[in-house]
Design a protein around this ligand. Structure first.
Ligand code: IMP
Length: 203
């Protein structure tokens, strides 16, 4: 079965394809269908992911998978949260986002933080029962950047037990531990049963 990925990120396409193709799903990028960027106006990850999945399914006529992710810092009331990519405003830059995060945490003792990933799959744009899964990855925000892998907040995201940052992990290890990896594993576990169901709109 062919599905469309509601993202323009080639790294995500590789990651999702590698894990979904063994389950009989061919993952196609939305760029192949000229799907324009979808607005992400909502305050929760799940609403934004659902909006992106519906948008891509509506334009392509294929089942669609979307993800929305970000970093939540409890001491900052959950910020940057859904605004993680554009925390320091436009133009979006990891460097400026990290600088702002450190500034906000300058006088804060509690530096715990966690990444969140929410995945939403719809069989069609009006699917009344989307498949939704999520994953979290807990750590704390360090004071100095370390490592050259990953992206975003990874150089400052310290895993307490391992003493390493997200940017110091090999990609396979990051996938095994990360919010995105665990959300995807949860999704895959439910996928065959969910796809076999015909969603009912009557009661
Ligand atoms: P998106 O889900 O691709 O829109 O990602 C939102 C933003 O959250 C990214 O631009 C990063 O700032 C942050 N983010 C999400 N996942 C990660 C991760 O695994 N490492 C570092 N930053 C992440």
């Amino acid at each position: 079965m062919r599905i469309v990925l509601a993202s323009g990120n080639p790294g995500k396409l590789r990651e999702f394809s590698a894990l979904l193709e063994p389950h009989g799903l061919e993952v196609l990028p939305q760029s192949q269908f000229n799907v324009p960027e979808c607005a992400e106006p909502h305050h929760t990850f799940v609403e934004n992911a659902l909006a992106k999945a519906r948008h891509a399914a509506g334009i392509t006529g294929l089942p669609a998978l979307a993800d929305d992710s970000g970093l939540c810092v409890p001491a900052l009331g959950g910020a940057p949260g859904v605004y993680s990519a554009r925390f320091a405003g436009e133009p979006c830059s990891d460097e400026r986002n990290n600088a702002l995060l450190l500034e906000r945490l300058a006088d804060v003792a509690d530096r715990r933080a966690f990444y969140v990933c929410v995945l939403v799959m719809v069989r069609h744009p009006d699917d009344p029962f989307p498949l939704i899964s999520d994953g979290e990855w807990h750590g704390e925000i360090g004071f100095e950047p370390r490592g050259s892998g990953g992206f975003g907040y990874d150089p400052y995201f310290v895993l307490r037990e391992m003493g390493q940052t997200g940017a110091e992990l090999a990609p396979e290890l990051k996938n095994a531990l990360s919010h995105r990896g665990s959300a995807l594993r949860h999704l895959i576990a439910r996928l065959p049963e969910w796809f076999a169901e015909t969603p009912r709109t009557d009661s």
